[in-house]
Design a protein around this ligand. Structure first.
Ligand code: GDG
Length: 475
């Protein structure tokens, strides 16, 4: 599949800027191999790289054990690492990005949140280093596309460094933007807003996030916004703000789930699980994903609907993430305790309620799981979009299956034919599981068809296309 319109902005060189590199290292029997990353962001951005006639990917170098040359042989575009002082990393990444912005932007602030000036300084310095690296390679007519909450200051740093005004700068936020009431708690909120306003186009997944951004710009910076046209007037520039929901590479998912070897693995998985109905949960191991509440809901389900015991099993995959942060280590322990508790309570010889895997699976096994599952249980407490929900739908494009989806995921705006639930309400979720288990096949297929129409129409190519077209609009 190619992009729908080959617009003239495709002629610009694309400079993609992310915190994470588009590959990772794996250690097999003591030998290090470089593999392309398969996570959400990279999977979503590769089509943009393919689309551009020339492309460069700029990122930090978390996997700094390897040389640029060895990486370059493995990935099909030029990669440039931002080499900042390693003493800045903890404050920039684990500190300000992941202990402050991540929970705040997901509306999950609590007493544990600390605003530390040192971490903020490190965040600024690393953002400045990103801007310096971009300045070194950029040339007139480039399109610079900066991604996510770790790099909010880069657009403004580029303006301060007097980047060529012909160069268009896009910024896309992959996580929610919080309401003014929450955002105003951030001591450096004004700087973050000004940082983002360095871009020509600021993209969010859904309109709610754009409206929150407008509210903050108006209240904190006292800047004029034209909401009906999605424009902000700032420093003699016009900045466009738009909701452009990210999609998935639907064709790729279809290819996976049509693959004979994957279908065979899916069948084998079903046989091994034994239960009549299989529920899946697939997440990064992150407190925003609502894994604990989901497991509690499953416990309630077995308690309230005892006839489904032995009939219904769940596989929960939790991919370790940000393992250096204490809160994530604690969450992992809590999940393991709860899985043990539920299995201890309900397991019988020959039947285990929950199979829990705490590791990353290769795509083959991941898509076998998507294909095998009768129910996709996707219940984040808050999520910018959530690609797992869309991948589950795509994996069931020509058969039955039920998606239970959190109302607090961006994806709920589009996937209205899912069973929508409040992820904090474990009673309601237990009832939703019961509804899904009992849903007639014809109803499942009717809903799946409608969900698939949406994700096929608004796929990842549509997202790239819309973002680049918007960035070059002049009206
Ligand atoms: C952020 C925002 C937004 C998962 N396990 C494995 C694996 N995955 C892949 C999935 C999916 C991706 O990781 C996860 O994407 P999500 O969207 O669910 O979540 P975040 O990582 O939090 O992403 C989110 C997204 O950015 C894009 O804008 O939707 O709201 O938080 O693609 O398939 N891939 C492999 N093995 C696994 O075990 N290979």
């Amino acid at each position: 599949m190619t992009l729908k319109n080959q617009n003239k902005q495709n002629l610009h060189r694309l400079i993609l800027v992310t915190n994470r590199e588009p590959f990772h290292c794996v250690d097999r029997d003591g030998k290090i191999y470089i593999e392309r990353s398969t996570g959400g962001l990279v999977t979503a951005l590769e089509p943009a790289m393919e689309h551009a006639h020339e492309a460069v990917w700029i990122s930090a170098n978390h996997e700094n054990a390897i040389s640029s040359e060895s990486v370059q042989q493995e990935i099909p575009y030029r990669w440039i690492a931002v080499n900042y002082d390693k003493s800045l990393h903890e404050g920039y990444y684990s500190g300000f990005s992941n202990r402050v912005l991540w929970p705040l932007f997901h509306s999950m602030i609590g007493n544990h949140m600390k605003f530390q000036i040192g971490e903020w300084n490190h965040y600024q310095e690393v953002n400045r280093e990103f801007a310096n690296t971009i300045m070194q390679i950029s040339k007139s007519d480039d399109f610079i596309w900066i991604h996510d909450y770790q790099l909010t200051l880069v657009p403004d740093f580029l303006r301060k460094r007097k980047i060529d005004p012909n160069i268009r700068i896009g910024f896309f936020l992959h996580i929610p933007f919080p309401s003014y009431d929450l955002f105003r708690t951030l001591p450096w909120g004004a700087e973050i807003l000004k940082g983002m306003l360095g871009a020509n186009l600021i993209g969010f997944h859904i309109n709610d996030y754009s409206q929150h951004f407008f509210n903050c710009v108006e209240a904190i910076l006292k800047i004029r916004c034209d909401r009906s046209r999605g424009l902000i007037y700032y420093e003699n520039r016009v900045i466009r703000v738009k909701a452009i929901p990210i999609g998935i590479n639907v064709v790729k998912v279809h290819e996976f789930v049509s693959d004979k070897a994957i279908i065979a693995s899916s069948k084998k998985l079903r046989e091994e699980i034994g239960a009549k109905c299989l529920i899946m949960g697939v997440d990064r191991l992150d407190y925003t994903k609502g894994i604990l509440k989901r497991l509690s809901a499953l416990e309630k389900f077995y308690e309230r609907y005892p006839k489904h015991r032995r009939q219904v099993s769940m596989i929960q995959l939790a991919v370790p993430s940000r393992t250096e942060i204490e809160q994530y280590q604690e969450l992992r322990e809590e999940i393991e305790r709860l899985v043990g508790h539920i299995n201890g309570l309900y397991a019988q010889p020959g039947w285990t309620p929950i199979t829990y895997m705490c590791r990353s699976l290769p795509p083959h096994d991941l898509f076998a799981l998507y294909h095998a599952a009768d129910i996709g249980l996707v219940t984040p407490l808050r999520d910018g979009m959530n690609l797992v929900a869309k991948e589950y739908v795509a994996a069931h494009h020509n058969n039955a299956g039920v998606l239970i989806l959190s109302e607090l995921a961006g994806a709920a705006e589009e996937l209205t034919d899912a069973i929508l639930v409040n992820p904090y309400d474990d009673n309601a979720m237990a009832d939703a599981i019961n509804t899904a288990v009992r849903m007639p096949l014809a109803e499942q297929k009717r809903r799946m068809k409608k969900l698939n129409e949406i994700i096929m129409h608004y796929d990842v190519y549509d997202w790239v296309n819309k973002f680049t077209s918007e960035a070059y609009r002049n009206d």
